[in-house]
Design a protein around this ligand. Structure first.
Ligand code: DAK
Length: 253
């Protein structure tokens, strides 16, 4: 792969988006590689996504590639981006964006498709698409609203205003700011990976199933997934270990 590197540290996979000359901007080839990489994470129990270099997480979709698009190509590009981010969002394991610099446009949208966002003090978020004469095309108008609420999201989408780390945390766009964001994301991934892996995956499933559903349907999904936990060896091990006052050793089944 030219633009995507995956490294495994214990049970946590780190996916680095690396196209430093263009501040890791997303072009068609990169998106394709990203999608392929999501299919080959093996036994990883959590995924951290970051950008190569000091300056950017991802500075957006590739403006040079998009400039001369005809409408039909723009629709194809948006469809590819949306499919890729839907795949990321639906990934069975928890995902953490370690935002280490600019996360603009498609980069902000990619972070929003992750379960959790940590950011460095240098991080800058924003959806500047309207300043380029387009609208967010990788789910930004939908996921930003869900993440920070409609009122705040509308301001950022309509103005294209950039948001620095401190404000991003204050409005709930990022979970917290960390001086060494990659190490912090890795530690968070390890903390998640220490739990029953099947339970973590089912918990994520319950959150996703409930997203946009009414409380009754969401609770029904939760109930069924809770029941499913009792078909796993991890549940026997987790509860047995508690009662025997020892640390659980989960097999992930
Ligand atoms: N695309 C392509 N190249 C980019 C880029 C981008 N998004 N961002 C930066 N680069 C390139 C620059 O062109 C420059 O390349 P060279 O000139 O050196 O060859 C290099 O990266 C370094 O950038 P700068 O020289 O500009 O670096 P600065 O530190 O001065 O500024 C910056 C950093 C991040 C503030 C600035 O580069 C910037 O404003 N970049 C653009 C940020 C942006 O507007 N991002 C949103 C992109 S639009 C859709 C599908 C998707 C989308 C929309 C619609 N449909 C099909 C419907 C999504 C749209 C976007 O994401």
């Amino acid at each position: 792969m030219n633009y995507i590197h995956v490294e495994h540290r214990g049970s946590v996979a780190i996916l680095t988006i690396s196209r430093p000359k263009a501040l890791n901007a997303l072009n068609t080839e990169l998106l394709q590689e990203f999608s392929t990489a999501l299919d080959s994470l093996g036994e990883a129990r959590a995924l951290v996504i970051t950008g190569a270099g000091e300056k950017a997480f991802v500075a957006g979709a590739d403006i040079a590639e998009m400039r001369d698009f005809r409408s039909v190509e723009a629709v194809d590009f948006a469809a590819r981006g949306q499919r890729t981010l839907e795949k990321l969002e639906a990934l069975a394991i928890p995902t953490i964006a370690a935002v280490n610099g600019f996360a603009l446009g498609g980069g902000c949208e990619l972070a929003l498709a992750c379960d959790l966002i940590l950011c460095s003090p240098q991080a800058v978020f924003g959806l500047p698409e309207v300043s380029l004469g387009v609208i967010p095309g990788f789910g930004g108008t939908q996921r930003l609203v869900r993440r920070i609420g409609s009122h705040r999201a509308r301001e950022l989408i309509f103005t294209g205003r950039r948001v620095k780390a401190e404000e991003a945390v204050a409005i709930g766009l990022a979970l917290r700011q960390e001086a060494d964001v990659l190490s912090a994301a890795l530690a968070l991934g390890e903390q998640i990976a220490a739990n029953g892996p099947v339970a973590v995956r089912l918990a994520k499933r319950a959150v996703l199933d409930g997203d946009g559903a009414d409380l009754r349907s969401g609770q029904l999904a939760e109930r069924n997934l809770f029941g499913l936990c009792f078909a796993t060896a991890d549940q026997k091990e987790g509860m047995g270990a508690f009662l025997e006052r020892r640390k659980a050793i989960f097999q992930g089944q």
